[in-house]
Every structure is written in C-alpha cells, then in structure tokens.
Design a protein around this ligand. Sequence first.
Ligand code: ZN
Length: 321
Amino acid sequence: MTDLFVGMDIGGTKLVAGAATADGKLVGEATTPTPQRLRPQEVVDGLIDLANLAIRKAGAIWKEVRAVGVSFGGPVDFGRELTITCHHLPGWSRVPLTKVVKTKLQLPVIMDNNANTAALGESRFGAGQGIENLLYVTVGSGIGAGLILGGKVFRGASGLAGELGHTIFRPSGPVCACGRKGCIEAMASGKAIAHIAKTRLAECKDASILRHGDAKGLDARAVAQAAEKGDKLALTVILEATDALGQGIAAALNLLDLPLVLIGGGVANAGEVFFSPLREAVKRYAVPEIADEAKILPAQLGDRASLLGAIAMAVDYKDEG
Ligand SMILES: [Zn+2]
C-alpha cells in the first residue's frame, strides 16, 4: 500500500481533484467545469465524486489516502477554517469547508486560498524547488500572491498575507474589484490590461492592430500578442501594467530581500514581452543590490500549481498532525 494524498482545487472555471504520492507525482486526476449555480454543499459533493474518480484512475483505494488538501479560489480564514468569500461563485461567505470535507471523508483536511497553495506548489515541485524563500505572484483576471518563507507558507496574523494585488499605488487610479482606487490589481491584472487597452482605443485615433479584432472580446492575451508585433498602443499598455506590478514587487523585495519571484497566471504566459519590462520596472524601483540578487521567472506548473500545492499542504499537515 502506498501513502497517497488527495488535492482538491476549487477554481473559477473548473473543479479538479488529484491523487498523488508524497513527492508530488500525480497518479490520478479528474476535472469538471465549475458549476455556477450550485450551493457549497453540492460543490463539495461534486469534488468528492471527482476525488473518487481520481483515486479509481490511480488504481488505488481511499484507505491509502493519508490527508486531503483543499485549494480555494478566494480568501480563506485559515485559523477558523472558513472560506471568507469567493469572487466567482455565490454563497461562499463563511463556509466551514474544511469541516464539511473532514466529516465526509473522515481524514485530516487542510484548506488555504489558491495563491498560497500555488506558491507552495511551485516552491515544492515547480520553478522554486530548492529555494527556501520566494514570492509567487499570479497575474490572471486578478492579482494574487503567496509568500514562502523557510519553505513554508507565511500567512500572517489574519491569514491574509500576500495581498499584493490590493496594495494601492495610485490613490487617484482606476477603481478596483475591492472597492478602493489605484490597487495594483486595477492597473496590472489581465482584466485591467484589457480594460485599459479598450479605453485607449476609444479615446485616441492612433493606428493599432487591436482595432482590427473584436473590440468586445479584446483580452490581455490579444494586447500581449499585439505588443509582441511592435504595436505601439499595446506596448504602452503593457509598459504601464508592468510598471505598476514592478512597483509592488520592488516594495516586497525591499522589505524581504528575496532571491526569487515567480510569476504565474495567464498573463505570465505572454513571455518576454511582459517579463522584460517587468524586470526593468523592478530594477527602477527596488534597492539596486536587492534587485540584482532577485530573479524574476515564470512559474512552471501552470494551472496545476494550486492542486499540487494543496497536495504538498496535505503532506506537511499529515507530518505535523
Ligand atoms: Zn483592490
């Protein structure tokens, strides 16, 4: 019998469950689109069905499972084991998710938000292997971050450490999803990049490849692709976004002097057209010696980072518990 660990990932677009060995080797995985109208209890039932399927695919049985890690796509009250809210699904305010899963499975269960799980996943099994201290930033429709210090997730006093996306850098800037103005998320997330590009296109008459496509469906990927082709308007938008994100990362680096910053999420797939100005921005704003030491690299695990991180959390939790 092998010791197995189950990870469950509740994301905005899909639910995933995976079974893995302690070294992060996935032996079974199952996924389904996130049901948009179901109540938390029904989502949990769906996740457990997926976990059953993943375990079956692995040719294993539940008796081999030692612990379960849950990655939640929204802020989590880690100490009280509650979800705080979910930005994608209704009905997730203060849900005792850990307890619900624990009661169903009768196994040790640990839950955290998906920025922390992804940070741990990258640190343990991805681009951060062998690095004790790192910052992971996910740039997708929002901006999340997770901090790994001494090989472990640093959660802070209220469990919310890593709210880099809601650091305000321009108080007169655009309104953020959190209700305040000028957060990095409102200036540099995928959503913000698309929004700023659309606004620029409407405001000015400059030639741009972006005018040829479907204006409504314009997204950050299209902006990055246009920037790669040398489109001036798109390049300006990417420069502004990376400038804002670079300020945030530089502040974190000045505070913690970390050797590694990993960038995950959809926008990070844009490649050098995004990374090159981001590195320059960090150099502009951070203490030079600190910026020289810090590598800024793309994450490696893609959308599996949070699932693998949930599994790593389950492995540690079993050892600690
Ligand atoms: Zn905000």
